[in-house]
Unconditional design. Structure first.
Lengths: 113, 112
C-alpha cells in the first residue's frame, strides 16, 4: 500500500516559474525523502528531511515538513526545462523490525519553454 | 565512481517463462533493494538484501525471489511470468544503515 500521496498528479508551468508539489503520509516517520525520475528511468535522490526538521534547502529546492499534518512540500524555484520529470516522496516504514521505503505515486512536472 | 548498473536494459518474455534480472551496486554499498514500477505508477517494494541476507520483502507472491552474492551484486528472479508482471524493475543500493538510495537505470520487462 502507498504511504505517500503526491499532489498534484501532474503540473505544467512555464520555465522560470516556481513549482510546488505536496506529499501526504499516514503513519509516523523517521524521515522523508524526495526523488526525481526522468523519462521512466532510474530515480535520483534529491533531499532527505528528518522528522525533527521543519525546512531544508538544497540549491533551488526547498522542502518543508509538517509532522502534525503528516505532509511535506517540495518547492522548485526558477524552474528550468531540465526539471521536467516525475517527483516522488518516500517515507520510512518499520514493520516487525523490517525496514522499507514507502513511495507515493508521484507528481509529473512539465516545464514549458 | 560507477553508479548502480542493471542488466539487461530490456527483456521480452512470454507468459509462463522465467526472467532473471541483475544488479551491481555502487562499490562499498552492501544493501540492495528491488522495486517494481508499473507504467505511470509509483514504486512497489519487492526485496531488500544486505550482507547476503534477505532482510525484508514486499507484498509479492513467492514466484518473485532473488539473492545477493558475496560481491553484493544481486539477482531478481520472476517465475511463471504473468502479463501483469510487465513493468520497470529498479534496483537501488545504499550503504548499510543509510536511508539514501542510489538507483540503477532499470530493466524494462515486457511479458507477452
Amino acid at each position: 500500500s502507498q504511504q505517500g500521496e503526491e499532489d498534484p498528479q501532474a503540473l505544467s508551468i512555464q520555465e522560470g516559474e516556481n513549482a510546488t508539489m505536496n506529499c501526504s503520509y499516514k503513519t509516523s516517520i523517521n524521515n522523508l525523502q524526495w526523488y526525481r525520475q526522468n523519462s521512466g528511468r532510474g530515480l535520483v535522490h534529491l533531499i532527505l528531511i528528518r522528522s525533527n526538521e521543519r525546512e531544508k534547502h538544497s540549491g533551488r529546492l526547498r522542502v518543508t515538513l509538517d509532522t502534525s499534518k503528516k505532509s511535506s512540500s517540495l518547492l522548485i524555484t526558477a524552474s528550468r526545462a531540465a526539471d521536467t520529470a516525475s517527483y516522488f516522496c518516500a517515507t520510512d516504514s518499520w514493520r516487525d523490525s523490517n525496514y522499507q521505503l514507502i513511495w507515493g505515486a508521484g507528481t509529473k512536472l512539465i516545464i514549458k519553454p | 565512481e560507477a553508479g548502480v548498473t542493471q542488466s539487461p536494459t530490456h527483456l521480452i518474455k512470454t507468459r509462463g517463462q522465467q526472467a532473471t534480472l541483475r544488479c551491481s551496486p555502487i562499490s562499498g554499498h552492501t544493501s540492495v533493494y528491488w522495486y517494481q514500477q508499473a507504467l505511470g505508477l509509483g514504486l512497489q517494494f519487492l526485496l531488500w538484501y544486505d550482507e547476503g541476507e534477505e532482510r525484508n520483502r514486499g507484498n509479492f507472491p513467492p514466484r518473485f525471489s532473488g539473492r545477493q552474492f558475496p560481491n553484493y551484486s544481486s539477482e531478481l528472479n520472476v517465475n511463471a511470468l504473468e502479463l501483469e508482471d510487465s513493468a520497470l524493475y529498479l534496483c537501488a543500493s545504499s550503504l548499510q544503515g543509510a536511508r539514501e538510495q542510489y538507483f540503477g537505470p532499470g530493466t524494462r520487462l515486457t511479458v507477452t
